[in-house]
Design a protein. Structure first.
Length: 430
């Protein structure tokens, strides 16, 4: 754990080192490029080969890549009723929140009689990548699939790796809850390539969403342009701003909730209290003695975690906006006073009773969020990611007569004479 203070003479270089997250290694870029090239050239055969190589799962034939309706049904039946109820509650809340996001079409007629408008429409097909490595994430299925369904996407494709041939029942149950039935048991960069370019078995999609490891993130980067993507997801992050009136163990567990994702996750506490800083550090060490994923969390905390002492919340606000974290918790006496000042964050959790983990599962807003400082310019997944805007114009002759001459003048100034002529030929004055 790094303990930094804004009073330190070397604070800025130390803070810069903390924020200097690793970029994609060249060997990952090259390996992903080779995988994508192989899938484009060999199609299903490449997918079968990579599934044996990386997941130790011999599917035998291409048709076996698709999870059957019976397998999905058995998975739903296999999970405890309590889990089915939890998935249903989460799905209900996620759907309700995302339905509020549905935009309205726009149409207006101006004083010239010109009609201008904007209409929204869903994508035809989207691909959902679900991780299956260090942990299974049924919550990610709900968070990615439900907004697509709310937007009206007709075809939602899901890929999920099955290490050693094991299908995760919770993931399949979540897919069933979200209305996803086209599921393929492949993962990694090869799954991204298949959804982007298509194979004889898997038809291509228009946009790919969902988190994954460094290879999946790099694959999404490389197929962008052929398809749309949600973002290039980096390791998970949490930034907590907390005053002295907090239980140190609550903060410690909130920090470790992110750290246990993987060794590259980042957890940072900003506080005005030196006493709280010491207590939280001790609480983190105590909690690490009992967490099942303690080794992952400990590595993340040691490598990337930090506690930053600030002299006041004005300093805290400035640092928070510089960090632009995926998740920000405001555990201060009056979180709503600080809330408007936090301009850059994927999602904000206000108050001591609102741990970030509640947003991962059940609150309603999406948990697919910008990472690695990209909250400065990016937003979390929403219904808008599955919609397109199309504008339209309709002019009566009178409106064309009023607007056309100015358009001709501009076209001629740009040297585009065909543009000018296509308008002028329609004008009564020639």
């Amino acid at each position: 754990m790094k303990l930094l203070s804004t009073k330190q003479a070397n604070f800025e270089p130390e803070f810069a080192r903390l924020m200097n997250r690793a970029v994609t290694a060249p060997e990952i870029r090259d390996a992903v490029a080779e995988i994508i090239s192989s899938v484009r050239a060999m199609g299903d055969d490449a997918l079968l080969d990579y599934t044996i190589r990386f997941d130790r799962h011999d599917l035998g034939k291409a048709s076996a890549m698709r999870v059957t309706a019976d397998e999905i049904k058995k998975s739903v039946a296999a999970i405890p009723e309590k889990m089915r109820e939890a998935l249903a509650l989460a799905a209900k809340r996620i759907e309700a929140f995302h339905r509020l996001q549905l935009p309205r079409d726009i149409e207006t007629t101006d004083e010239l009689g010109a009609i201008t408008g904007l209409r929204w429409g869903p994508l035809d097909a989207v691909g959902l990548y679900v991780p299956g490595g260090k942990a299974a994430y049924p919550s990610s299925v709900l968070m990615n699939a439900i907004p697509a369904r709310v937007a009206g996407v007709r075809r939602v494709v899901m890929t999920v790796p099955t290490p050693d041939g094991v299908l995760n029942a919770l993931v399949l149950a979540a897919a069933a809850q979200a209305g996803v039935s086209e599921i393929y048991c492949i993962g990694g960069a090869q799954a991204i390539a298949a959804m982007a370019y298509g194979t004889p078995t898997i038809r291509p999609v228009d946009r790919i969403v969902g988190p994954g490891n460094a290879y999946v993130a790099e694959a999404k980067r490389q197929v962008f342009g052929k398809v749309g993507i949600d973002s290039i997801a980096g390791p998970s992050e949490v930034l907590i701003l907390a005053d002295e009136d907090n239980d140190p163990m609550h903060i410690a567990l909130d920090l470790l909730a992110q750290a246990e994702h993987d060794e590259d996750a980042q957890s940072i506490l900003i506080t005005t209290s030196g006493a709280l800083a010491g207590s939280v550090d001790s609480a983190v060490n105590a909690a690490l003695t009992s967490l099942p994923r303690a080794e992952i969390a400990r590595t993340s905390w040691v490598r990337h975690g930090a506690i930053i002492l600030v002299q006041n919340w004005d300093e805290g606000e400035i640092l928070a906006n510089r960090i632009a974290a995926e998740h920000v918790q405001l555990m201060v006496a009056d979180p709503y006073r600080l809330f408007p000042k936090i301009r850059h964050a994927g999602a904000i959790f206000l108050g001591k009773n609102t741990p970030e983990a509640i947003g991962d599962y059940i609150a309603g807003p999406n948990h697919v969020l910008p990472t690695s400082g990209t909250a400065r310019f990016a937003s979390g997944l929403s219904v808008y990611d599955f919609l397109k805007r199309t504008t339209y114009v309709s002019l009566p002759q009178s409106a064309l007569e009023a607007l056309g001459p100015a358009a001709v003048t501009l076209a001629e100034a740009e040297g585009l004479t065909a543009h000018a002529s296509s308008i002028a030929v329609r004008l009564k004055r020639g």
